[in-house]
Design a binder for this molecule. Sequence first.
Ligand code: GAL
Length: 688
Amino acid sequence: MSKLKKTFTTQAKFMLHGGDYNPDQWLDRPDILMDDIELMQLSKTNTFSLGIFAWSTLEPEEGVYHFEWLDEAIDNIYRIGGRVILATPSGARPAWMSQKYPEVLRVNASRVKQLPGGRHNHCFTSEIYREKTQKMNRLLAERYGDHPALLMWHISNEYGGGCHCENCQGAFRNWLKEKYHHDIKLLNDAWWSPFWSHIFNDWSQIESPSPIGENAVHGLNLDWRRFVTDQTISFFENEIVPLKELTPDIPITTNFMADTHDLIPFQGLDYSKFAKHLDVISWDAYPAWHNDWESTADLAVKVGFINDLYRSLKQQPFLLMESTPSAVNWHRVNKAKRPGMHLLSSMQMIAHGSDSILYFQWRKSRGSSEKFHGAVVDHDNSADNRVFQEVTKVGETLQQLSHVVGTNRSADVAILYDWDNHWALEDAQGFGLETKRYPQTLHQHYRPFWEQDIPVDVITKEQDFSPYKLLIVPMLYLVSEQTISRLKTFVAGGGTLVMTYISGIVNEYDLTYMGGWPQDLQGIFGMKPVETDTLYPADRNYVNYQNKLYGLQDYATVIENQSAQTEGLYQEDFYAHTPAVTSHRYKQGKTYYIGARLHDNFHKDFYQTLISELSLAPVFAVQHEEGVSVQVRQSEEKDFIFIMNFTEVEQQITLETTVKDTATEKELAGEITLAKYEVKIVEKEKAH
Ligand code: GAL
């Protein structure tokens, strides 16, 4: 079980606690900078990300550098035993640069050149911007590479978005030439170009997708998104040249994001590709706790899912790079975390594999758009307020968790998420335009395991399937022959595979498979989907599964059974009494096909059968009601168990074995009570 070997992603053998520190906003207030150092100690914080948006302070005029303030900030942090995550400042440009070199400015999809200002809005192809960032990064590495406080590099900030300028069009055309072996016929074939008379006879005719131009050629859309990922990685690779050269032992990360309230994987970049270029995954999490459209536990499921995806990208602990100790400033309603929620939500991150709790930001700004964003230090500059106290509590708890650093999680169940598939599915003009809900569907399949405390890895298509007993692949609309063959090998070797409606429809070029469902899929499933019906919200239909009726919505696949066993039958409509859910044995393994989008009660019962069949079990069994989650970090010697109450009421928990309470070091067994939002962290020696 090598997965339980500790992986230290940085040199720190302690949990990182702290966050984005922007002393550059306070250089005319030395008193505040002194207070910071005292407050850092009081809040039990130890790690600070510096210089993220500091370019205009570091280089106020071209070629004129000011590093003294940064020297001082780093020295002061080190003096109190702290560490620094040093950022490269490419997330925002100084005004002089955009003025002198307008090519650094991004051009949007409507071909409008953006004005200077804002952030995260550069051209990633611009030679000048690449040269300037590399020069700045070299200076930072030369100056701070040997500083004992330097823990890691934070490259840029939240990379995202694409530029459509002429330089980028040129780079895109070159990328396409390489991909299609300099043969434009291959591109025309892949893009189905005769459609709407779009055959290209010269590479120079190709333009990136645009609302004022081409946006209906799906192959183009998909290739553009892939190019944007590759071009961003290429910009990133250029940024890190001097860092790798001068500080080869300092790990490198960049902060990833999640989209929308549902915390779905960020759609701007394929993180499965980006992950390969990073030493450590880090990400910025801003769940809207206490919102008015879902329960606390509903949201906790989504937080669990995205953490399990970002952890699984490298199958090692990750870092929470940004979070808020209270509210943000950009949700529709910016609600403060209720007492206890900060500790609970922070411990959930640790439980799913984070080795840090870092915040945006250390101190609230005095002006501009983030002056009301939650921070550790408020405008009152005091350690006495509730938020500061809750941060301190997290700091104290993290100090007790040093032995958790580097530990991982081990899962028998994997759910597959794929960026290419997500993009292609969203692009598909068909099915229900508003009901595809791919990541939300994955949440549905994740939930029964979360509820039963069974660990899940959320993996991507190139990862190894073989460690898992159960692989769940919902809505894999785009799937290459290569992936199909890997799925087949997985089942042949004894794995259990679950697939659903709207799967196996197009290949990696977004071209449909001809001649019905791919033969290999028919072979392993013993059936073939022949029609996908899309339902209106008011439409009603049911599936009879194991003599119980389950409601369905949005999608129903008509299935032609070949050699599969029927597990569930439709009840209504022209496909009444035909198979809706099937299973099939294939070599050493088994497959299940779920033809309809069924409600949560179905998934609960369906996966319960698989949990029994495959003897899937929680790492640590605890009896509890709904809304309590038990997640475990594991080492070779010990399990670290996080018992979390994501409900608004007290919960009685029954521990079946004796464990040690990490906070009090006392033994715990039998009935315990968790208050609203309480988290208990306990540990258990492994039986050898
Ligand atoms: C992040 C960003 C931070 C800060 C934060 C506010 O997306 O990286 O700089 O703006 O949002 O929530």
